[in-house]
Design a protein around this ligand. Structure first.
Ligand code: SAH
Length: 346
């Protein structure tokens, strides 16, 4: 069920809205500023508006969630459970580093993709998030850290390309209304047929990541069930089109699962598949989740895999996830929470 709220609206839309409440049009800019820069949760917080209007509008939905729970890992990464207007809980993660504050946002409550190694998929799909519910996650982390958010990655719960319209709307909002540069916004997808091409047609300068996780169709569909409807070469062809249209390189994410997809032969095959591709490979050592028996490979194995890619002139980095101790790392969202509390809090 979607809700008409103020968050997510542009300056012209807010101006139009405020005029309809009987206020002069210059109030639109004030409302915009208090909504996006001052981060109000309720309209009666806008002290520059007339008292009577504030009293009348106090209960109008702004679109901000409540922090239901949060937990901080020793590295400073903080995971939040946010309570949405319909009582559902969504997770978001704030990742502070020396110069950055990155928010890992969710695009759906749950996820329908059911990748074997990911905790989110274990809980199934509940609903898409609205654009304002994605923007709210960023504002919430910004407010809690008392620091401007510099980067946003769509790597929380959900498959962004399965909710492309709302994800795009939030990307425009984060860029234009919150002021985060497009290059500092990353969309990550496991691939939905036709959607990479659709995204390309928006000519965004965002960072685009594709969760590849295997060097061939057979292995890929053995760990990613939805891959069986999306042949490997078709996926790569769509990625090539993306690069041709946007002139932006693609990041390929590759989770390393010991004994499953981390052997030297896999690295060689991956290098061949990506030969001549304008891309960068991020190797993500598996973060443990309780439901499945996968294991993270040892450092030596990881380095051998990386070296083989480098020998084939493939740009590669190993990305250790932050927030492991708070179950806030890649793939861990939802797991412990599910075990200890119901998904819906009334
Ligand atoms: N649905 C999107 C975004 C969500 S997950 C996608 O699949 O890209 C963000 C990244 O974390 C993906 O690359 C995903 O495959 C990876 N991931 C999932 N489970 C993981 C785990 N247990 N350990 C490490 N990375 C994981």
């Amino acid at each position: 069920m979607s809700q008409d709220v103020l968050l997510g609206k542009s300056l012209p839309e807010l101006t139009h809205w405020v005029e309809a409440t009987g206020q002069p049009s210059y109030r639109g800019k004030q409302l915009y500023d208090w909504l996006y820069n001052k981060g109000i949760h309720r309209l009666d917080e806008i002290t520059v508006f007339p008292k009577a209007w504030r009293a009348e509008m106090a209960a109008y939905p702004v679109g901000r969630s409540q922090i239901h729970h949060h937990r901080t890992a020793p590295d400073g990464t903080r995971k939040y459970l946010l309570k949405l207007h319909d009582g559902l809980i969504v997770e978001t993660v704030g990742i502070p580093t020396e110069k950055r504050l990155t928010v890992c946002v969710s695009s759906q409550v749950g996820c329908a993709m059911a990748c074997d190694f990911c905790a989110t998929g274990k809980s199934g799909f509940t609903r898409h998030l609205q654009a304002h519910e994605i923007i709210d996650q960023v504002l919430t982390v910004q407010e809690d850290f008392q620091q401007r958010v510099s980067h946003v990655v769509f790597m929380g719960m959900g498959e962004p390309l399965a909710n492309l319209d709302q994800v795009l709307k939030s990307v425009y909002g984060l860029n234009q209304d919150i002021g985060i540069g497009q290059r500092s916004l990353t969309i990550s997808t496991v691939g939905v047929p036709g959607k990479i091409r659709e995204l390309a047609d928006h000519y965004l300068q965002i960072t685009f990541a594709v969760s590849l996780h295997a060097p061939n169709q057979h292995l890929r569909e053995s760990i990613i069930p939805t891959a069986s409807h999306y042949p490997f070469q078709e996926l790569l062809d769509e990625c090539r089109e993306y690069v041709a249209i946007t002139h932006r390189r693609i990041s390929f994410e590759y989770i390393l699962l010991a004994g499953v997809n981390d052997l030297p032969d896999h690295a060689t095959e991956l290098a061949k598949q990506l030969k001549g591709f304008q891309s960068h490979v991020n190797l993500i050592p598996y973060n443990p989740i309780t439901e499945v028996p996968f294991q993270r490979p040892g450092k030596k194995r990881i380095n051998v895999f990386k070296q083989i890619l480098q020998d084939h002139k493939i740009a590669v980095t190993v990305r250790y996830s932050k927030g492991l101790e708070a179950d806030a790392a890649c793939g861990q969202l939802r797991s412990n929470f599910r075990r200890s509390a119901p998904a819906t809090v009334k």
